[in-house]
Design a binder for this molecule. Structure first.
Ligand code: GAL
Length: 794
């Protein structure tokens, strides 16, 4: 007999609720749905938050199995947004009032006799008028609605293990085991810690009551590090008086120690600068309702594509699949209880404490989680409330520090770490504030947000704006890297997200991501990606070098983003200059963006016969014209020019002609810019920028083997308009048509437009094994077919 049965399939759903629907004899119509599910599908943008605010109902019939006799039948719902009333066979059993934590309901006593069909009904309230966090004021993200994470039944013996908490220190560990009953006389506990290849610790102990504490040293163990996040499995067996296994629980964990102090953050004694981003858990069309593999892919994107070592799950606990993948990949997670700026009345606060308790007890075995957020994001000081949230956090988990994200300086620090949203950078000033200007407190300090609304940037914005977006992120990262007393930062934010009417660009999107909603990278993503080697050899350049994209035809600054040691620039195959990583103006970053200060090199000498000395002077003037325009030169450059004209080094006409030839190239043959990224003396990547002649659609799919296990599986297809050299064509916004056949279907519309040259299509399995084909037709009528294999493993 299976001891866990996933309950994600075979649900009836009605987007409106009526008491009669709780009755199994109710004959009305329902939609057939699978979980994760959203109470409504929404368009990409331009819709109202009232769409998902409703009372709805989910119903599922299931048979009481003969084998369940004498067992405990426990229902767990991992995520129901936002208030869920559980009814079994018409009887109310429980209410849960947090859309972001799991809850378990004991169904045993209300089940019908073996062989009979039960009706499980979940009445769901997804209205934002609920008096629970995060509601009560405005919110800068959509809160959606739905049973959007897994639902399952656990079949247990009458005495079972309710919870295990494992705490580690170097190679030592302690566990707190909680049984559902104190009536376990004669029972015992057997524990093993398994590595991938051996057993590294064993414990045998009696059961004194419903709480059992165990401790041991494990040998040999490898610590959980960012580079090698080694995980162990703690197997705990509850043995009954007859010597049989009554219950068994596996907990995956890592050996690691964390510390914050006024000098920064330490993992296993090693100082680490946290470089991260904030993540919202929403997706186009389905809001929160995405299954396991898509959740995991977000962690993959953060670590393997963006190279970050830290994520803040703003502003609520997120899918355990996402967190598990962070454990596996070595990403540190700062998770916080739900809330946004507003603190409600006593009932609201009591619910917040409950949410906090659930968050900590549900996530505390994850090695990736390094701190609890126990303040409502950006709320005012409320000492009484926050003393309570801190007390609760330390009581429930003595191993992790608390933080509390605020936007106010010198607020009362009741947490261990001062976590501050530093939006001080406005493009021209320093990237971040000195800690002393924010708090006089001792102890750790972390910048939990920056950028975001200070510079919303769409993937279809001008090149200049996209460049500034990237450079602002680099400026903050560089500044934080230069402050030893700042543990790091998480930028706002990883992905664009749908939001309420009070926020965003008027279309219900906050374009604050370094990636768009489909997880396509904007230029700012290149700043993050270039900081690490493990993201693969990488080079990106901000500009297509098209004068028409700039006011007065004055090309903006040219920046290189790379993790290489140096980059050689060639214009029309003529070598111009080699730029070293150390030339970057961002001195605190190992791989700060490099400003290309010369695109002429020796060409004036070689091609125009100008002397070396004069070439430098003329180049300086040409670059000044490029930057300011010939009519807006400063007095300094005007004087320089006048001198050269007077000394007959060059005439005004010739200077303008050289500018035309070597920079603006107006009406001339288009130039080609080649960038060779060099690592350890070898060219590892080449990037060519020249005028696009015939853009085409490129597709990239996250996975083509889709597996239904707990529920349906989803893969993402990324769409990108590229020129002949593989460069993104940001201003192609054409339509792309998608058609699914066989064992897959499309989530959302069948026609999508490219936005900033990019878009995405999600395909979903349908419950049948076999082949599925996605046919994509681009704006030129060209077809691409992607084949998927769907396997069912249940
Ligand atoms: C912060 C807030 C975030 C987001 C961000 C936009 O104040 O905590 O949720 O709204 O601003 O920059």
């Amino acid at each position: 007999m299976k001891d866990r049965i996933y309950f994600n399939n075979g649900w009836e759903f009605s987007p409106s609720f009526n008491e009669k629907m709780l009755d199994s004899k109710y004959k009305g119509k329902f939609e057939q749905v699978r979980i994760p599910h959203s109470v409504c599908e929404t368009p990409f943008n331009g819709f109202d938050e009232s769409e998902y605010q409703k009372l709805s109902i989910y119903r599922k019939f299931f048979k009481t199995e003969k084998e369940w006799a004498g067992k405990k039948i426990l229902l767990t719902i991992e995520g129901a947004a936002h208030q869920c009333d559980v009814f079994l066979n018409g009887k109310f059993l429980a209410r849960h009032s947090c859309g972001y934590t799991a809850f378990t309901v004991d169904l045993t006593d209300s089940l019908l006799p073996a062989g009979r069909n039960n009706l499980l009904a979940l009445k769901l309230d997804s209205r934002e008028s609920l008096n629970i966090p995060p509601f009560g004021f405005v919110i800068d993200y959509m809160t959606y609605g739905g049973i959007y994470r897994d639902v399952y039944l656990d079949i247990k013996n009458p005495i079972y293990i309710e919870d295990i908490f494992i705490k580690t220190k170097a190679s030592h560990f302690e566990t707190e085991i909680t049984l559902n009953s104190s009536d376990a006389e004669g029972y015992s506990i057997v524990q093993r810690v398994e590595s991938s290849s051996s057993v590294v610790a064993q414990i045998n102990t009696g059961v004194p009551g419903n709480k059992i504490l165990t401790a041991a040293d494990a040998q040999p163990v490898h610590p959980w590090t960012l580079e090698q996040p080694v995980l162990y499995n703690l197997v705990t067996e509850l043995i009954n008086p007859k010597g049989k296994i009554a219950d068994k629980k596996n907990v995956r964990f890592g050996f690691r120690e964390i510390k914050f102090d006024e000098t920064g953050f330490y993992l296993n004694g090693k100082k680490i600068k946290l470089r991260g981003l904030n993540r919202h858990q929403s997706y186009p069309y389905v809001g929160y309702a995405m299954p396991k593999n898509i959740q995991k892919e977000d962690a993959d994107i953060l670590k393997l594509e963006l190279g970050v070592n830290y994520v803040r799950t703003s502003h609520y606990p997120q899918s355990k699949y996402f967190i598990e993948r962070c454990d596996e990949l070595g990403i540190l997670v700062f998770t916080e209880f739900p809330g946004w700026q507003h603190i409600g009345d006593d009932a609201w606060k009591a619910q917040a404490l409950e949410n906090e308790d659930e968050m900590i007890s549900q996530y505390r075995n994850h090695p990736s989680v390094f701190m609890w957020g126990v303040r409502i994001n950006e709320s005012k000081d409320d000492d009484e409330f926050y003393k309570a949230t801190n007390f609760l956090a330390h009581k429930t988990d003595s191993t992790r520090p608390t933080g509390g994200v605020r936007c106010i300086k010198n607020s009362n620090l009741l947490e261990d770490v001062y976590t501050y949203n530093d939006f001080s950078h406005s493009g021209k000033n320093a990237g971040s504030l000195d800690k002393i200007k924010v708090t006089k407190s001792h102890g750790g300090y972390l910048v939990t947000e920056h950028s975001g609304h200070m510079f919303p940037t769409k993937s279809f914005d001008t090149e200049q704006r996209r460049t500034e977006h990237a450079i602002r992120h680099a400026t903050v990262l560089d500044s934080v890297a230069g402050h030893d007393d700042c543990a790091g930062s998480s930028g706002w934010c990883a992905f664009d997200y749908n939001t309420h009417k009070e926020f965003g660009s008027g279309d219900r999107i906050c374009y604050h991501g370094v990636m768009d909603m489909f997880r396509n990278p904007k230029l700012a993503a290149a700043v993050y990606k270039s900081q690490e080697d493990f993201t693969g050899d990488f080079i990106e350049v901000n500009s297509n070098m098209s004068i028409g994209e700039y006011n007065e035809g004055l090309l903006g600054d040219l920046w290189i983003f790379t993790n290489a040691d140096s980059v050689k620039l060639f214009v029309n195959n003529t070598f111009i200059k080699e730029f070293k990583a150390s030339d970057s103006p961002f001195k605190n970053l190992a791989h700060g963006p490099i400003l290309v200060d010369d695109i002429i090199g020796n060409r004036l000498i070689d091609e125009e016969g100008i002397s070396a000395k004069n070439s430098e002077k003329i180049k300086e003037l040409i670059f000044a014209i490029k930057k300011f325009g010939q009519n807006s030169l400063s007095a300094k450059y005007k004087l320089e020019a006048a001198k050269l004209f007077a000394m007959r080094v060059i005439s005004k006409e010739k200077l303008i002609a050289l500018f035309g030839k070597y920079i603006s190239n107006w009406g001339g043959e288009s130039s080609s810019y080649k960038f060779e990224a060099i690592k350890n003396g070898k060219t590892v990547k080449t990037l060519v920028k020249s005028m696009c002649k015939n853009a085409s659609l490129k597709t990239q799919v996250s996975r083509t083997i889709l597996i239904e296990e707990e529920t349906y599986d989803v893969a993402e297809v990324h769409l990108r308009a590229e020129d002949e050299n593989g460069n993104l064509q940001s201003f192609i916004q054409e339509a792309v048509l998608a058609e699914a056949e066989g064992a897959i279907e499309i989530i959302g519309p069948q026609a999508v437009s490219l936005k900033g040259g990019m878009s995405g299509i999600y395909v979903k399995t349908t419950g049948t094994a076999g082949r599925g084909t996605l046919k994509i037709t681009d704006w030129q009528g060209k077809e691409t077919k992607i084949s998927f294999t769907v396997k069912i493993k249940r």
